[in-house]
Write a protein that binds this ligand. Structure first.
Ligand code: SF4
Length: 259
């Protein structure tokens, strides 16, 4: 184990101005070094946002190696997840002894949406799909990030065109200018799977069924060999910029309103 020392709380929190140079410096650092920097700088106000996909499996293992049961992990339970996702969530709790903070959507909003538009509204129009993502994901994320100074994601540059310029350390202008950490930004899919296999860590069994990306059951499917890794998300929509809005940044995406 490689735990943080007992004086772990906000020991060397950088100023807003220092973050630019730190961000440049961290581009050449390993995922573990980037995570360690974030934990040393922001704990306990730093947490991993996990959807329990392959990238999150790696991040959970790295964070728990550094921070043990102190590690903060949250997830958004949209109410439409696959059983396999709940299964790996339980496996993670048992293996690492961590608490997983679960955020649900606002019940009255879900009730009104489903009553008015039906349970499968997302297939009706992009507008409907975005409404569902807003109520079930985007709004709960805002609650989850309340009080945090840094959140950690499993975004990788090779995943999709909307992510190919992400940095390992960014300022998240969509969420009050807190720090957004993407420690696996430069990892390939092969590196992710090598880490999972080498370390025999819990992973979502949907991946064994051909799902490269994990999301809600009605909006995620397996992909065919050679298809893009995001092809299984909202596959009925014809856009290369498909996102649910969790990673929408109004500053970086000024000229693109499609994600
Ligand atoms: S991914 Fe699908 S089910 Fe999940 S919140 Fe978005 S539209 Fe709704």
């Amino acid at each position: 184990m490689d735990l943080l020392s007992s004086d772990r709380v906000n020991r060397s929190k950088p100023s807003f101005d220092q973050l630019n140079s730190i961000s440049e410096e961290m581009e050449s650092k390993s995922a573990k070094e980037v995570i360690r920097w974030a934990l040393e700088s922001y704990a306990p106000n730093v947490a991993l946002a996990s959807s329990f996909g392959a990238e999150d499996a790696v991040l959970i293992d790295l964070i728990c190696e550094i921070d043990g049961a102190h590690a903060r992990i949250f997830t958004l339970d949209t109410g439409r997840l696959n059983q396999e996702t709940y299964d790996v969530m339980e496996e993670v709790r048992k293996r690492y002894g961590v608490t997983i903070e679960v955020f649900f959507p606002d019940s009255p909003q879900v009730e009104e949406m489903v009553t008015q538009k039906g349970i499968n509204l997302m297939y009706g129009s992009i507008e409907n799909r975005k409404l569902c993502c807003k109520i079930r994901k985007v709004d709960p994320l805002k609650r989850a990030l309340t009080g945090l100074e840094c959140w950690i994601t499993g975004l990788r540059r090779e995943q999709t065109i909307t992510r190919n310029e992400i940095k390992k350390i960014e300022i998240d202008s969509a969420h009050g200018n807190i720090v957004k950490l993407n420690p696996l930004a430069d990892w390939t899919s092969d590196q992710i799977w090598k880490y999972i296999k080498d370390n025999e860590i819990p992973y979502n069994k949907l991946h064994d069924l051909g799902y490269p990306s994990i999301g809600c059951a009605p909006c995620t499917r397996a992909v065919k060999p050679g298809e893009d890794s995001r092809a299984g998300r909202w596959w009925w929509e014809n856009s290369s910029h498909k996102e649910c809005g969790l990673h929408w940044d109004p500053v970086k995406n000024k000229s693109d309103r499609s994600s």
